[in-house]
Write a protein that binds this ligand. Structure first.
Ligand code: PLP
Length: 438
């Protein structure tokens, strides 16, 4: 007599084996593109869902295809609808299409240290350094490191190890995530010579502290907070004549004044005022890849670039490519977002909301306040427009592909369009429809 198999056994038998599912042409293609392991993981997950009855056994291959990652990396594409232009958790500045292309080309074998004309070794990063000097004629020389913090570390090590860095007490700042500039500097072996008070520091305070022990005077832009009221800050021009270099950490990476952000310092103005060096980040308002930029006097830049530590802080070829394309290419997405016309943003929000309402989504266009973010331009409000949705959309949109990251305000999910390139509007509409249908 044959015994009847239990129904659950029967179900299990109908779920195709992993190697059989993997033979699906779509999954076989994906295995070539993403690697066997990632595709197998998606298949195993789909089989588990079939075993628990969540999906029918016949849907395993489809479910696996749908669950495949976009790339072989865990990093997923996100539409930044937060209204924060430089969102730290979203990787700060998005690269322009020109910079993305340059990265793709440079990611293979490339002439980063080779002169193809002569076939001999060439200076690494020569064309990006030339691009920096073209954009900032006031700089005699330039150097690029991993990030803004690395630029400071290299300056402190090369110019002030065993010596003093004179810094105003109002500029002893924390960049974020617990990282404090004074601690970073002290870690290099330089001694900090604090002058003035939190709210007031005069040129005389610096003059009294400068002496044979001084490596340089450091001016740090307090980029993520404001001190108002009874304040006094010594300007670079007032310190340039004290006989020691002035290093100006401007943070944001503006190369020239930006009329929309009059309180943000820029490299050209600081150098013209007499700074010996300017340090900045590449992925803030400059709108490029993560890197640290050093601009200034030839002799000082050379001391940094020739210091043994420079090798440990150097950037890779993809960063060099992205930075140069950012400097030479069309306006960056960050520039476009900063300069977006609020009337155009409002039209886009209304058009999107109209389309979504026609699909039965509770969507409306609303005014919104955007911000620069990334620890830059505190207190600056950028008028913007958003599509307002019921709050549960926030989590569902975040988990879609691409993920759409809005912000929750007053019980609504706002999709602020200032940092969303117009060509992503259709993708946003699709994502909202998909999120509503779940
Ligand atoms: C952001 C910032 C830094 C740190 O730059 P990273 O590129 O994040 O390392 C240093 N100083 C100032 C003034 C900044 O705004």
């Amino acid at each position: 007599m044959e015994s009847q198999p239990a129904p659950v056994e029967d179900e299990r038998r109908r779920i195709a084996r992993t190697d059989v599912v993997m033979a699906d042409p779509r999954l076989a293609e994906a295995a070539g593109r993403l690697g066997h392991g990632l595709v197998k993981a998606a298949v195993v997950t789909a089989q588990r869902r079939a075993r628990t009855g969540e999906i029918p056994p016949a849907a395993v291959a489809d479910a696996a295809v749908e669950a495949l990652p976009v790339t072989a990396s865990g990093l997923r594409p996100v539409v930044n609808a937060t209204g924060v232009l430089l969102h730290t958790n979203l990787g700060r500045a998005p690269l322009s299409a020109a910079a993305q292309d340059a990265v793709r080309v440079a990611s293979g074998a490339t002439d980063v240290e080779l002169d193809l004309e002569t076939g001999t070794r060439a200076r690494r990063g020569r064309s990006v350094l030339a691009a920096l000097l073209e954009r900032v004629p006031a700089a005699e020389a330039a150097h690029v490191v991993n990030n803004g913090a690395a630029a400071l570390v290299l300056a402190a090590t090369a110019l002030a190890a065993g010596k003093e860095i004179v810094i105003g007490r109002g500029e002893m700042v924390e960049i974020g995530d617990g990282f404090r500039i004074p601690e970073l500097l002290a870690a290099t072996g330089a001694r900090l010579r604090e002058v003035g008070t939190t709210n007031r520091t005069t040129p005389d305070d610096y003059a009294a502290a400068v002496g044979p022990e001084t490596g340089f005077i450091l001016k740090v832009h307090p980029s993520n907070f404001q001190v108002t009221g009874f304040t006094r800050e010594a300007e670079v021009a007032e310190l340039a004549g004290l006989g020691v270099p002035v290093v100006a950490d401007i943070g944001s990476g503006l190369l020239a004044p930006e009329p929309l952000l009059p309180d943000e310092p820029d490299a050209a103005t600081r150098l013209a005022a007499g700074a010996g060096l300017v340090t900045a980040s590449g992925d803030k308002l400059l709108g490029g890849p993560q890197c640290g930029i050093v601009l200034g006097r030839e002799d000082l830049v050379r001391r940094l670039a020739r210091h043994p530590l420079a090798r440990a802080l150097r950037v890779d070829k993809m960063t060099l490519a992205a930075l140069e394309a950012t400097l030479r290419g069309p306006h960056t997405p960050t520039h476009e977002a900063l300069h977006a016309d609020v009337a155009v943003l409002r039209e886009r929000a209304e058009r999107l909301a109209d389309r979504l309402r026609a699909d039965g989504v509770d969507a409306r266009a609303v005014g919104s306040d955007a911000a620069v973010g990334g620890g830059g331009a505190p207190g600056v409000v950028l008028p913007s427009a958003a599509v307002s949705l019921p709050e549960p959309y926030a989590a569902r949109l975040r988990q879609g592909v691409p993920a759409v990251m809005g912000r929750v305000e007053d019980g609504r999910c706002l999709l602020d369009l200032r940092a969303v390139p117009a060509e992503q509007d259709a993708a946003v509409a699709r994502a909202v429809r998909a999120a509503g249908g779940r």
